[in-house]
Design a protein around this ligand. Sequence first.
Ligand SMILES: [Zn+2]
Length: 515
Amino acid sequence: MAHSFKAAVSVLALLILTGCAATDNTARQVVVDAANAMGGVSAVQSLDTLEIFGYGHEAYQDGGSLITTEPTAPEKMTNMTAYHRVIDLANDRTRVQARLYRAFIFAGEAMMKGLPINQSLDGEVAYDGTRRASEEAALTRRMDMLAFAPVAVREALEVGSRVSNRRRQDNLTLVDVETEDARQFTLAVNNDTGLPVWVRWLEPHENLGEITQRAEYSGWLPAENVLLPMSINTVSDWNDTVMLRLHIDRYVVNGAIDNLAAPTAVRNAAPPVPNYTVNAEPVADHVWHLTGNNGANSVLLEFEDHITLFELPTNRAWSRAVIAKARQTVPGKPITQVIISHHHFDHTGGLREAMAEGITLVAHEGNMAWFEALGAREVTTYQDALSRNPQPVRTLAVDDHLQMADANLTVDIFHTVSNAHMAHGLFAYIPEHKLLIQGDLFDRNWEVYFWGNTYDDNVAYRNLDVERDVPIHGTVTPIADVHRILDQQKANARALCAQVDSIGLSLPGCPLAWD
Ligand SMILES: [Zn+2]
């Protein structure tokens, strides 16, 4: 980690280290050259505080929420305005404040208008305002700070950092860096300018096992006595998803900054660890709603000789808890299938767990290549159930309709039509109990509804007689209440559009296309 004393002695240390292994020195020299290109080793080492002002876009759900899984489907981005990042390099602290709003239709009003974020890191302690954040957030924020090229170069210069594996790639020279706190990244510099071109790093990922990101830097201009990049473009190895585009308006170098130390109460609080308790609420004979994490549910369908789940959402730990609860609720029958409403990452966080269990994925045929790629991801560092126990991906593709039926249950699975949120989605209907099981057609907790008549269109298209809605997000709801709540949510969307229009602005989805 960065400390001013170490910074002061690093140049001396570099001279002393000259006698060490040749590979390490030549690798270190790449970092020294990069610092010199940026204005000099001492100028880089004198970077104590940085403020970054700008705006940009970030990938929604890491690129896991497009209209379909087709490679031609456009990314969905979240706009970032009022971006203000403060970095306290001397103390390993950082804070990002911004307002986020969806560049596409969304169900939360604040997320349409601009939700403020306030995310900090003090050493190993991540916190949001006065609330301690998770250890995963601490890791992500640490890597995010390290990946900012000036920070990467400054940290790589530290005596405690190990720089190795110098190699060439086209017109770049690459080195691997391991910091004193054992964080690893690869730095690429341009052979002509000596300036950093990108920083690449690896993180664990619920849906993908792990993800490699590469933050690319361009537009180097002088700020005080160093060169700093005016643009950052971060791309992941998952379908080359653009994770972040940041346009920088202004830097403040070594100015006075807020104290970013975590408040004592935050520092003393344990990082939150989610408690995944699953409740099995009976819905009808052989049907349970598996609830409990306040975000997304599953549905247990008990056939004569096996269990089929509808959805394994959220993340791997929640999905393990769902699988355990299903086995406890219906002992002695294997879980053989999971029906997936649609591919969005909040609905597929448990798929790698399902694959590791040998469970067959039942989904619209348009998703299967994507699921197979997801299951075949190479995991090098952050092992999970699937990487420890690799299994072939078992799939059952649905085109327009598939019926699962035995003496216990008849379940009709239909392709979702008339929907702007997903084009390769499925929902289920149980005729005997008049249950409609769906993900993202309706959620009673949504504030604004931009999806028109998709719910009723699907019911009418399939000529269904629905009594109760069994949702992945929300609670089991009689159909009359579904209609009443939908009407309110649509009225809220109408009001939001009118409000925005009245001040001469606009939003995705406004004016409402279906009104
Ligand atoms: Zn969705």
